[in-house]
Design a binder for this molecule. Sequence first.
Ligand code: SF4
Length: 257
Amino acid sequence: MPRILKTAKIKITTKCNRSCDFCIFADGAQGENMSQELFTTVLDRLETIPFQQLHINGGEPTVHRDFPALSTLARTRLPGRVMVLGTNAITLARNQRIMEATLRSYDQILIGCDDEHQNYDEVHAVVPRLRETGKTVVVNSVLEGISSTRLDQLAGLCASTGAIHVTNHVHHVDVGQPANELRGLCDRYLDQHLMIEMDGSCYRCFNAMAKDDSEFSIWDEDFAAKVFAPRGHHFRFCLRCHEYTDSGSTVVPALAT
Ligand code: SF4
Protein backbone atom coordinates (compact mmCIF):
# COMPACT_ATOMS: atom_id res chain seq x y z
CA MET A 1 0.00 0.00 0.00
CA PRO A 2 1.37 3.45 -0.81
CA ARG A 3 1.91 5.38 2.37
CA ILE A 4 0.69 8.90 2.90
CA LEU A 5 1.07 11.25 5.82
CA LYS A 6 -2.02 12.70 7.39
CA THR A 7 -0.41 15.87 8.67
CA ALA A 8 2.68 17.91 8.09
CA LYS A 9 2.99 20.51 10.80
CA ILE A 10 5.31 23.49 10.72
CA LYS A 11 6.04 25.45 13.87
CA ILE A 12 6.71 28.88 12.44
CA THR A 13 7.36 30.65 15.74
CA THR A 14 7.97 30.08 19.42
CA LYS A 15 6.58 33.55 20.18
CA CYS A 16 3.17 33.77 21.81
CA ASN A 17 0.83 36.46 23.15
CA ARG A 18 -0.17 34.20 26.08
CA SER A 19 1.86 32.16 28.54
CA CYS A 20 -0.18 29.08 29.42
CA ASP A 21 1.25 27.00 32.25
CA PHE A 22 0.87 23.70 30.44
CA CYS A 23 2.42 24.82 27.17
CA ILE A 24 5.94 23.71 26.30
CA PHE A 25 5.83 24.85 22.68
CA ALA A 26 6.10 28.59 23.22
CA ASP A 27 8.42 31.06 24.85
CA GLY A 28 6.22 34.15 25.14
CA ALA A 29 7.67 37.39 23.86
CA GLN A 30 11.17 35.91 24.03
CA GLY A 31 10.43 33.39 21.28
CA GLU A 32 11.83 33.36 17.76
CA ASN A 33 10.32 33.41 14.29
CA MET A 34 11.19 30.96 11.52
CA SER A 35 12.84 32.84 8.67
CA GLN A 36 11.17 33.08 5.26
CA GLU A 37 14.20 31.34 3.80
CA LEU A 38 13.82 28.32 6.08
CA PHE A 39 10.06 28.26 5.52
CA THR A 40 10.66 28.15 1.76
CA THR A 41 13.08 25.24 2.19
CA VAL A 42 10.44 23.38 4.23
CA LEU A 43 7.92 23.89 1.43
CA ASP A 44 10.50 22.65 -1.11
CA ARG A 45 10.77 19.41 0.90
CA LEU A 46 7.06 19.03 1.51
CA GLU A 47 6.44 19.23 -2.22
CA THR A 48 8.29 15.92 -2.53
CA ILE A 49 6.08 13.84 -0.21
CA PRO A 50 2.40 12.84 -0.21
CA PHE A 51 0.41 14.27 2.67
CA GLN A 52 -3.10 15.52 3.27
CA GLN A 53 -3.05 18.47 5.64
CA LEU A 54 -0.62 21.29 6.31
CA HIS A 55 -0.84 22.63 9.86
CA ILE A 56 0.69 26.01 10.63
CA ASN A 57 1.39 26.25 14.35
CA GLY A 58 3.62 27.80 16.96
CA GLY A 59 3.80 29.30 19.53
CA GLU A 60 1.03 31.53 18.29
CA PRO A 61 1.57 31.56 14.51
CA THR A 62 -0.39 34.76 13.89
CA VAL A 63 2.16 36.83 15.83
CA HIS A 64 4.89 35.90 13.33
CA ARG A 65 5.52 39.20 11.55
CA ASP A 66 5.37 37.45 8.14
CA PHE A 67 2.27 35.37 8.91
CA PRO A 68 0.22 36.68 5.93
CA ALA A 69 3.07 36.18 3.45
CA LEU A 70 3.98 32.70 4.73
CA SER A 71 0.34 31.64 4.64
CA THR A 72 -0.11 32.82 1.05
CA LEU A 73 3.12 31.11 0.02
CA ALA A 74 2.08 27.77 1.52
CA ARG A 75 -1.39 27.94 -0.01
CA THR A 76 0.08 28.70 -3.43
CA ARG A 77 2.93 26.19 -3.33
CA LEU A 78 0.89 23.28 -1.95
CA PRO A 79 -2.45 23.37 -3.77
CA GLY A 80 -4.89 20.60 -2.91
CA ARG A 81 -3.69 20.27 0.67
CA VAL A 82 -6.08 21.15 3.47
CA MET A 83 -4.66 24.23 5.19
CA VAL A 84 -5.10 24.22 8.97
CA LEU A 85 -4.25 27.03 11.39
CA GLY A 86 -3.70 26.36 15.10
CA THR A 87 -4.33 29.58 17.04
CA ASN A 88 -5.67 31.12 20.23
CA ALA A 89 -7.72 33.55 18.06
CA ILE A 90 -6.65 36.66 20.01
CA THR A 91 -4.91 38.29 17.05
CA LEU A 92 -7.73 37.28 14.71
CA ALA A 93 -10.17 39.21 16.87
CA ARG A 94 -8.01 42.31 17.15
CA ASN A 95 -6.29 42.65 13.80
CA GLN A 96 -8.32 42.85 10.60
CA ARG A 97 -5.29 42.23 8.38
CA ILE A 98 -4.52 38.97 10.17
CA MET A 99 -8.16 37.90 9.99
CA GLU A 100 -8.21 38.56 6.24
CA ALA A 101 -4.99 36.61 5.73
CA THR A 102 -6.57 33.70 7.62
CA LEU A 103 -9.77 33.81 5.59
CA ARG A 104 -7.71 33.86 2.37
CA SER A 105 -5.40 30.96 3.09
CA TYR A 106 -6.94 28.49 5.56
CA ASP A 107 -9.69 25.87 5.38
CA GLN A 108 -9.74 24.88 9.04
CA ILE A 109 -9.05 26.85 12.21
CA LEU A 110 -8.24 24.99 15.44
CA ILE A 111 -8.64 27.20 18.51
CA GLY A 112 -7.48 26.41 22.04
CA CYS A 113 -9.85 28.03 24.54
CA ASP A 114 -9.84 27.74 28.34
CA ASP A 115 -8.80 29.65 31.46
CA GLU A 116 -5.13 29.37 30.55
CA HIS A 117 -5.67 30.97 27.17
CA GLN A 118 -7.87 33.75 28.65
CA ASN A 119 -9.45 34.23 25.25
CA TYR A 120 -13.19 33.70 25.80
CA ASP A 121 -14.22 37.12 24.45
CA GLU A 122 -12.03 36.79 21.38
CA VAL A 123 -13.26 33.27 20.62
CA HIS A 124 -16.89 34.35 20.94
CA ALA A 125 -16.17 37.21 18.50
CA VAL A 126 -14.16 35.22 15.98
CA VAL A 127 -16.00 31.90 15.65
CA PRO A 128 -19.19 33.34 14.08
CA ARG A 129 -17.14 35.28 11.53
CA LEU A 130 -15.10 32.21 10.55
CA ARG A 131 -18.22 30.07 10.27
CA GLU A 132 -20.02 32.68 8.13
CA THR A 133 -17.27 32.31 5.56
CA GLY A 134 -17.57 28.51 5.56
CA LYS A 135 -14.43 27.64 7.52
CA THR A 136 -14.29 24.48 9.57
CA VAL A 137 -13.73 25.55 13.17
CA VAL A 138 -12.71 23.28 16.05
CA VAL A 139 -12.58 24.72 19.58
CA ASN A 140 -10.50 22.66 21.97
CA SER A 141 -10.66 23.08 25.75
CA VAL A 142 -8.30 21.47 28.23
CA LEU A 143 -10.55 20.00 30.93
CA GLU A 144 -8.07 20.71 33.71
CA GLY A 145 -8.31 24.44 32.91
CA ILE A 146 -11.96 25.38 32.43
CA SER A 147 -15.12 25.69 34.55
CA SER A 148 -18.34 23.89 33.68
CA THR A 149 -20.02 27.29 33.07
CA ARG A 150 -17.41 28.27 30.51
CA LEU A 151 -17.62 24.83 28.92
CA ASP A 152 -21.38 25.20 28.56
CA GLN A 153 -20.96 28.66 27.00
CA LEU A 154 -18.47 27.34 24.46
CA ALA A 155 -20.67 24.36 23.68
CA GLY A 156 -23.55 26.79 23.07
CA LEU A 157 -21.42 28.98 20.80
CA CYS A 158 -20.33 25.97 18.76
CA ALA A 159 -23.83 24.52 18.54
CA SER A 160 -25.27 27.82 17.30
CA THR A 161 -22.55 28.46 14.72
CA GLY A 162 -21.83 24.93 13.52
CA ALA A 163 -18.34 24.83 15.00
CA ILE A 164 -17.01 21.68 16.63
CA HIS A 165 -16.27 21.68 20.36
CA VAL A 166 -13.83 19.09 21.69
CA THR A 167 -12.27 18.63 25.11
CA ASN A 168 -8.93 17.17 25.96
CA HIS A 169 -6.61 16.49 28.84
CA VAL A 170 -3.22 18.13 29.21
CA HIS A 171 -0.82 16.42 26.86
CA HIS A 172 2.85 16.86 26.14
CA VAL A 173 3.68 17.49 29.77
CA ASP A 174 5.85 15.63 32.21
CA VAL A 175 3.85 16.08 35.40
CA GLY A 176 5.79 13.55 37.40
CA GLN A 177 3.83 10.57 36.15
CA PRO A 178 5.53 7.16 36.30
CA ALA A 179 7.69 6.40 33.30
CA ASN A 180 6.16 4.19 30.62
CA GLU A 181 7.48 0.68 30.32
CA LEU A 182 8.69 0.87 26.75
CA ARG A 183 8.47 -2.76 25.71
CA GLY A 184 7.89 -2.24 21.99
CA LEU A 185 8.11 0.85 19.84
CA CYS A 186 5.13 3.17 19.92
CA ASP A 187 3.14 2.93 16.70
CA ARG A 188 0.64 5.61 17.63
CA TYR A 189 1.48 8.24 15.07
CA LEU A 190 3.04 6.23 12.30
CA ASP A 191 2.13 7.88 9.01
CA GLN A 192 0.06 10.42 10.87
CA HIS A 193 2.15 13.44 11.72
CA LEU A 194 5.43 14.97 10.68
CA MET A 195 6.30 17.84 12.98
CA ILE A 196 8.88 20.31 11.67
CA GLU A 197 10.49 22.36 14.38
CA MET A 198 11.77 25.93 14.22
CA ASP A 199 15.26 24.80 13.30
CA GLY A 200 14.11 22.42 10.56
CA SER A 201 14.46 19.27 12.70
CA CYS A 202 11.78 16.65 12.12
CA TYR A 203 9.78 14.30 14.37
CA ARG A 204 7.42 11.66 13.02
CA CYS A 205 5.08 12.25 15.90
CA PHE A 206 2.93 15.17 17.02
CA ASN A 207 3.99 14.72 20.64
CA ALA A 208 7.74 14.21 20.48
CA MET A 209 9.30 17.13 22.28
CA ALA A 210 12.66 16.07 23.68
CA LYS A 211 15.29 18.60 22.70
CA ASP A 212 17.99 17.46 20.30
CA ASP A 213 16.23 14.16 19.69
CA SER A 214 15.00 14.55 16.15
CA GLU A 215 15.29 11.77 13.59
CA PHE A 216 16.31 13.86 10.60
CA SER A 217 15.96 17.37 9.24
CA ILE A 218 14.60 19.19 6.24
CA TRP A 219 18.21 19.76 5.15
CA ASP A 220 18.67 16.04 4.40
CA GLU A 221 18.79 15.35 0.67
CA ASP A 222 16.99 12.03 1.28
CA PHE A 223 14.26 13.75 3.33
CA ALA A 224 11.40 12.09 1.40
CA ALA A 225 12.81 8.60 1.98
CA LYS A 226 13.35 9.30 5.67
CA VAL A 227 9.75 10.40 6.19
CA PHE A 228 8.57 6.89 5.32
CA ALA A 229 11.54 4.84 6.53
CA PRO A 230 10.84 2.25 9.25
CA ARG A 231 11.25 3.72 12.72
CA GLY A 232 13.75 1.99 14.96
CA HIS A 233 13.90 3.98 18.19
CA HIS A 234 11.74 5.78 20.68
CA PHE A 235 11.99 9.47 21.28
CA ARG A 236 13.19 10.42 24.73
CA PHE A 237 9.81 11.95 25.39
CA CYS A 238 8.09 8.56 24.86
CA LEU A 239 9.02 7.66 28.45
CA ARG A 240 6.59 10.29 29.74
CA CYS A 241 4.10 10.41 26.91
CA HIS A 242 0.45 9.87 27.84
CA GLU A 243 -0.22 8.41 24.44
CA TYR A 244 2.29 5.59 24.27
CA THR A 245 0.85 2.59 22.46
CA ASP A 246 2.97 -0.55 22.48
CA SER A 247 3.37 -2.09 19.05
CA GLY A 248 5.30 -5.00 20.57
CA SER A 249 7.81 -4.55 17.77
CA THR A 250 11.37 -3.25 17.66
CA VAL A 251 10.74 -1.68 14.26
CA VAL A 252 7.53 -0.03 13.00
CA PRO A 253 6.12 -0.79 10.60
CA ALA A 254 7.37 -4.35 11.03
CA LEU A 255 9.93 -5.26 8.39
CA ALA A 256 8.64 -7.62 5.70
CA THR A 257 10.01 -11.15 6.26
S1 SF4 B 1 4.99 7.50 22.90
FE1 SF4 B 1 4.15 9.54 22.49
S2 SF4 B 1 5.95 10.75 21.82
FE2 SF4 B 1 6.49 8.59 21.62
S3 SF4 B 1 5.98 8.05 19.48
FE3 SF4 B 1 4.19 7.49 20.80
S4 SF4 B 1 2.83 9.25 20.69
FE4 SF4 B 1 4.89 9.93 20.00
